[in-house]
Ligand binder design. Sequence first.
Ligand code: PCA
Length: 323
Amino acid sequence: MHISRTLIAAAVALTGLALQVRAETWDMPTPYPDATFHTVNINQFAADVAAATGGALQIKVHSAGSLFKHPEISKAVRSGQVPIGEFFLSLLANDNPAFGVDSLPFLATSYDEAARLWAAQKGVIEKLLDEQGMMVLYAVPWPPQGLYTNKEINSVADLAGLKFRTYNATLEEFANLAGAAPTQVEVPDIPQAFSTGRVEAMITSPSTGVNSKAWDFVSHYTDIQAWIPKNVVVVNKRAFQRLDAATQAAVLEAAAAAETRGWEMSKAETAKQTEVLKENGMIVVQPSEELMKGLREIGARMLENWKAAAGEAGAAILAAYQQ
Ligand code: PCA
């Protein structure tokens, strides 16, 4: 009796030890707040991975730039400081213009077009990130991007001189071409940037507008549906290769599910969050023809600039997209 109890205790201790050795926790930095649908989707992805691996791989999500600031996340995954992370794909357009094609105005403005653009862009992106020691797990788009201002905007001329919040180099180019004054601001800092007067206008999704309570600082939302940019979730290749085959398969399966779910969430967000803007008193307007004409001209110029910078890889992406 005594002996068997000791044996059982030893067996329990050993099993516990074995579980401890097998269980691994991955810290995952992400840029956006918890209420953002991308973060909700990532939390579900993490729960799916934990369930499929019987708890052997735990992904601990650090949202809103709390572990690494947004511009540092891709570098942190690249260097292996963290095994996994999320970032705004076009943030890397300074590395290579191919990363920025989904942020070009009016190139892809519906979800079908966005899906075709991702299909055309994906191989190039995978190769570029592979060269940096990273692997793409999945990509999910934001809702179409609209214009937030403190007054009615009827033409591009109405944007002149506005202090304009931007989130990447492409949007900065846009603001400059529109005669506005760009300032880069990360999502968690949007409310403060408006309340302190650093910025007074922005282009972003209804999701980010709602998450930052845009009605506290702007009155008008003009539904220009200008582009559909994406977030990517990437892993460090070495960290992924260290997993056993079953765990790798569980991660890939959860990622595929997260991609499908994320695109559906994004589509549902568009109408839902535009409604929330209205409910909170924002004036939601359809753009005038004059405004759209001016914006399309800026888009056409940006596409020409992009083609010149993106060279053959860019031409291949556009050819595949326009097929
Ligand atoms: N929200 C993010 C990226 C695009 C979007 O809709 C942002 O505003 O930074």
